[in-house]
Structure formats: C-alpha cells, structure tokens
Design a protein around this ligand. Structure first.
Ligand SMILES: Cc1ncc(COP(=O)(O)O)c(C=O)c1O
Length: 409
C-alpha cells in the first residue's frame, strides 16, 4: 500500500462505480481517460432510472403532479449547479455540453454585441471547441482573432497576453486547464487584465470545474462553459454560466418553444433569463444526473479530489521519468492530465498495448491540432485522473509502459 492514499478512500469510492466490476481482457479496468469522459457512480445511474420510472414528463408546461415534480427536479438542479460555482440560478443556462455552450455564446455575441473589426484574444492551447466557433464567427462577422503564443513548456506569458489587448478587444476566451498539457491558467489575473481593458472573458471550464473548487464571483469571470459528462453526470448536458446583468442585456441566438413570452404572426418576445436561452425541450434526465453528480462530488469534497489528483500527478511524473525514451510535455505544476510520447511509437499503439492489460488511456491530437503543431508532433498518449484512480493504478500503468519501452529497444 502507498503511504499517500489517505486523502480519499479509493476502494470505497471505486466500489460505487459499477463499471469497475468489469473485467477488460481478463484484467480489472484501470480507467485513465477521465479528461475525455468520466465514469458514473450508482447514485447518478439510479437518479436517471428514478426519473424515467417515477416522474418522466416535460418541464415548465404541465399542470399535473409528475410534470411539477420534473420541473422542480430540473430547477433544483439549476440551483445545485449555481451553488457549485458560487453563482445565482438565473445565471445558469442548460446546454448539451461545453461545445454547445461556446457555440451558443459565439452566436449570441456575434449577433448582438460584436462589430466588424472587433478583436478576440484566444490562446494556442485551446480545444477545437473553443477555437473553431470563434474562427467561424470571425470569418462571418469580420472579427479578428489574436492568438497568445505559448512558452516552451506550454504555459501563458501573462505580459505577452496583456500586450495583445487594444481598444478593439471585446473578448478573451481561454481554457482554465489545458486538456493536453494540464496547464492551469491564472484565470483571476487574466480576468483582471481583461476588465482593465473593457473586455469580456469566457473561460472554458471543461477540465477545471470537475476537478477543483470554482468560484465565479471570486474569479470575476463573465462566462464559463463546462460539461456534465466529465464530472460524473450523463452525456448531453452542459452549462453556460453568464453574469446576470450580461445575460439580461443579451439576446438569444436560438428560438422556439419554452423561450418565448409572447408570439404573434409577425413578432415575438422572450421569456426572462436564463429561460430565454433554452429553446425546446431540455435534457431533463441530464440535468437530474448532473445535480446528483454535483451532490456526490460535494459529499466527497472538491478540495480533497483536487489534492488527491495533485498527489497522483506528482507521483506519476516521478515514475514516468524513470522510463527510457519517454518525453513528457507540459509544466511541472499542473492538473491531473499528463501527455507523453515514447520514442517514435504512435500514441495509438501505446494505447492499444495498454488496453491488452485493461488500462484505458487516450492517444491522438486530443482536439488540439494547433497545440500539436506548436509541439511539433502529431499526437500524444495522454493519461488523466479522477477521484476513483489509485496509486496502484499508476504502478500498473508504469509497469506496462516499461514493457512497451523495453520492446522498442
Ligand atoms: C478543454 C476542453 N474544452 C472543450 C471540450 C469539449 O467538451 P464536450 O465534448 O463535452 O463539449 C473538451 C473535451 O474534451 C475539453 O477538454
């Protein structure tokens, strides 16, 4: 047993995730791809089952018991999400995920707020989901994208970032944590700089909200996007947080049922925020699963989860250094995401070899092709942690990677 396993009781936590009872190629599953999607505890799975078995119905419409119950559960979820990031429920828009949240905001701002010639600052480490929507908006609306170049270890130089701001800068959009390098960007400092230059700030929280305590008031950010499936909830549910005043002043970009207050043949008016941004039947089961996931994460404690992942990351980096021909990318201070390559071996091959031992890791460009170009590679093998990973998982991983490296010699 490792000495450092005290932060979390991994054995009892992993027992709450039914997937870990499965054998993969004759081995216990070691899941090291939570940056891609997380596994789900029984509580979350049961909450979805309970919704369908006991009060499946549409929300906000029916004046009957099960619809009222579904509406209550849906709106309670909004409050639970709000409390997780220290915001108000009116500031929480349900979407289908980070990608949808960012696309929606790109459309909202392009249609209502940004003008031809306006500038948007973005970094070279963004996931395609926080890059392509802005690229398209810039082409459609005549906006200018300005990229923050990265330092050699894949971090942001804050002075270089500030030097990109001009009076035309209307938005900076930046990931909190890099999904490839684990780099943690100093969001509070960046938000201060953005506001000093009268710019808004959007934070891609896909890799931070599931793993650390986020306080949007203390960070003073204008928008935050994240996904439920990366934080123990089901797929197809995500959040766009926006400051109340901003959401009230902005117009929606999607239209239909649920978001209107009045419709005539020639004109329509909108419901209040955040409902005016939620056109159509929402993902009720997703919202319920997200609320259950958040309660579960809170019951364990995000500070403890963050500490556990830090300890795992430190230990893994130390162990990886002992493997011959390995190159690890990114800064030493980082979140629980580690990208590496072994000699000239293709990351897919590393992943396929580990899979034979029941170890699931990711190989590829991780939807960050510009970052791959910066690193002068086509892809990496990536391991990423969550609350159910143990030091024993890392020992098994390292043992298998040593074999991979030996075979190559
Ligand atoms: C940093 C980052 N942003 C955005 C996304 C997209 O998230 P989703 O596919 O849930 O929309 C991901 C997914 O891996 C991510 O890591």
């Amino acid at each position: 047993m490792h000495l450092l396993t005290k932060t979390l009781d991994i054995e009892s936590i992993s027992n709450e995730f039914p997937i870990f009872k499965r054998k993969i190629n004759g081995h216990n599953l070691i899941y090291l791809d939570s940056a891609s999607t997380s596994q789900k505890p029984t509580q979350v799975i049961n909450s979805i089952k309970e919704y369908y078995e006991k009060f499946n119905s549409n929300v906000h419409r029916g004046v009957y018991k099960i619809s009222e119950e579904a509406t209550l559960a849906f709106e309670n979820s909004r409050s639970n999400v709000a409390s997780l990031i220290n915001s108000y429920p009116e500031e929480i828009i349900f979407t289908s995920g980070t990608t949808k949240s960012i696309n929606m905001l790109a459309n909202i701002l392009s249609m209502n707020y940004l003008k031809k010639g306006d500038e948007i600052i973005i970094t070279e480490m963004e996931h395609h989901s926080n890059l392509v929507p802005w690229q398209i908006a810039s082409k459609l609306y005549g906006l200018k994208l300005k990229y923050v170049k990265l330092t050699n270890n894949g971090s942001i130089d804050i002075n270089k970032l500030e030097s990109l701001f001009t009076e035309k800068t209307k938005l900076i959009t930046i990931t909190h944590v890099s999904n490839v390098l684990g780099t943690i960007n100093p969001i509070k400092e960046i938000a201060k700089i953005a506001h000093k230059h009268n710019s808004l700030i959007l934070v891609d929280g896909a890799q931070s909200v599931p793993h650390m305590t986020i306080d949007v008031k203390s960070l003073d950010i204008d928008f935050l996007a994240f996904s439920g499936h990366k934080m123990l909830a089901s797929t197809g549910i995500g959040i766009l947080y926006g400051k109340k005043k901003l959401l009230e002043s902005l117009q929606p970009s999607e239209f239909g049922g649920g978001m209107i207050s009045n419709v005539s043949l020639n004109n329509s008016s909108w419901n209040e925020s955040p409902w005016k941004f939620e056109a159509g039947t929402p993902n009720v089961e997703g919202a319920i699963s997200l609320s259950t996931a958040i309660s579960y994460l809170k019951s364990i404690g995000l500070e403890k989860i963050e500490k556990h992942e830090k300890e795992l990351t430190k230990y893994t980096l130390e162990q990886l250094e002992k493997i011959e021909n390995i190159k690890v990318y990114g800064p030493s201070e980082r979140s629980g995401i580690i990208s590496f390559n072994i000699n000239k071996l293709h990351p897919h091959d590393i992943s396929a070899i580990l899979d034979r031992e029941g170890i699931a890791i990711r190989g590829g460009h991780h939807c960050a092709m510009p970052l791959m170009k910066f690193l002068r590679i086509n892809g990496t093998a990536r391991i990423s942690f969550y609350l159910y990973n143990s030091f024993e998982d890392i020992d098994k991983l390292i043992k298998s990677l040593k074999t991979v490296s030996e075979v190559l010699k």
